[in-house]
Design a protein around this ligand. Structure first.
Ligand SMILES: Nc1ncnc2c1ncn2[C@@H]1O[C@H](COP(=O)(O)OP(=O)(O)O)[C@@H](O)[C@H]1O
Ligand SMILES: [Mg+2]
Length: 371
């Protein structure tokens, strides 16, 4: 039987298919074991979720673990139900006293019934403002009542800054403070939002966690990791072409994994640069419709800015005269607003040196379009 593809492109499949991150994993573990919470910050696709999974997998047995991704939550009530759900699902043990505890804890999470004008009744899971807070308290009380230490990872944590309710951060912070048996990992990709909560002195979580910025996996450990799988199958592996791949995507995990996954799929090994080009070509082709839609749904100015940034690769001074003239863009003030909006919507990413297209496959696609 063919060996399953070792280059996974979603989720976590155990330490065998997990590359490096040894230092980061042990740093994370030692913070948690020594009673400190950790904030993990890195752009999308760098490997935050993978690292959390890998660290949780390696946690000593005495820890219980809860992982929750709140990306899809849009308001406090979503948070409460998603969080409660994850806590219960992860910590439930068959039978025992658990169900009894749940009664109290779930009391306010029951669906509510409201009579409709037409005489029917409508069931809904929307929580009233007071019920939201009671349920949140119930969840935290439940957590506090447990003797075993728990590590709770909340992924895409910046989402709470987008809720319409005010002071969600202060609310969570005040509850989290009183849970001595519980350690938190907060992970997020939007630097501005995460910094506002954890790094800025006025942020609700200021000084309450270790801040851990996550860089990409090093080129050398990544090459060794990839090479090992090909060699074990008796397949060729070109170190130079791997170096080309790694640099092309600046080592960002998801892209490197996705290309390796495609190359592996062919079954002929990692022979040369053409293998890389072919894999990238197929990844971009695959997203053709999505990218067309994405571009079409932008305003005229945003569309021009995206194409201009893609053409330059990196826009070091996108409100400067030369950039604006060369790409026939509008007034600096208009473009500044467009840039900010594109960064907020994660279409552009702002680096120390300038603006780049966030999704590198989208950048390649945009450049193709220009040809
Ligand atoms: N150390 C690693 N080794 C191999 N694959 C990884 C590693 N870290 C992440 N991945 C894979 O790379 C992709 C992106 O990683 P992910 O953890 O989802 O990034 P993030 O959470 O930062 O957006 C995922 O498909 C994941 O399976
Ligand atoms: Mg993630």
């Amino acid at each position: 039987m063919k060996t399953p593809n070792p280059f996974i492109t979603s989720g976590y499949a155990g330490p065998e298919t997990f590359c490096d991150r040894e230092r980061e994993t042990s740093e994370l573990l030692s913070a948690l074991e020594n009673g400190r919470n950790v904030t993990l910050i890195a752009p999308r696709r760098y490997g935050k979720t993978g690292l959390i999974r890998n660290a949780m997998n390696a946690l000593p047995k005495e820890f219980d673990k809860v992982y929750v991704d709140i990306y899809a939550t849009e308001r406090l009530s979503d948070f409460v139900t998603t969080f409660a759900d994850a806590v219960v699902t992860s910590l439930a043990t068959p039978g025992g006293k658990f169900a009894a505890t749940l009664g109290r804890f779930f009391g306010s999470l029951r669906p509510t019934m409201s009579p409709q004008p037409d005489g029917s009744v409508k069931w809904s899971f929307d929580l009233a403002e007071t019920a939201v807070r009671t349920s949140l308290d119930g969840t935290f009380d439940f957590l506090a009542s447990r003797k075993r230490p728990v590590v709770i990872a909340i992924d895409e944590f910046q989402q709470i800054r987008k809720y319409p309710e005010e002071n969600v951060e202060a609310l969570l912070r005040s509850r989290i403070q009183f849970l001595p048996n519980i350690r938190f990992i907060f992970a997020g990709s939007q630097l501005r939002l995460m910094s506002g909560m954890f790094v800025a002195p006025r942020g609700a979580f200021y000084n309450s966690t270790d801040i851990m910025p996550l860089d990409v996996i090093g080129e050398e450990p990544y090459r060794k990791f990839a090479e090992r799988f090909f060699v074990a199958e008796g397949l060729p592996f070109s170190g130079d072409s791997f170096a080309g791949l790694y640099r092309r995507f600046e080592g960002v995990t998801w892209y490197v994994q996705s290309v390796l996954n495609r190359i592996w799929q062919k079954g002929t090994g990692f022979r040369n640069d053409e293998d890389v080009e072919e894999a990238i070509g197929s990844l971009v082709d695959n997203r053709n419709l999505v990218f067309h839609d994405l571009l079409r749904s932008q305003g005229v100015a945003a569309r021009s800015v995206l194409r201009a940034v893609a053409e330059d690769g990196i826009a070091t001074a996108p409100t400067g005269r030369s950039f604006l003239l060369r790409h026939r863009l509008g007034a600096p003030s208009t473009i500044a607003g467009v840039l900010e909006n594109l960064v907020d919507r994660e279409l552009l990413y702002r680096t120390d040196r300038g603006y780049v297209i966030y999704d590198r496959l989208f950048a390649i696609w945009l450049r193709r379009l220009a040809k």
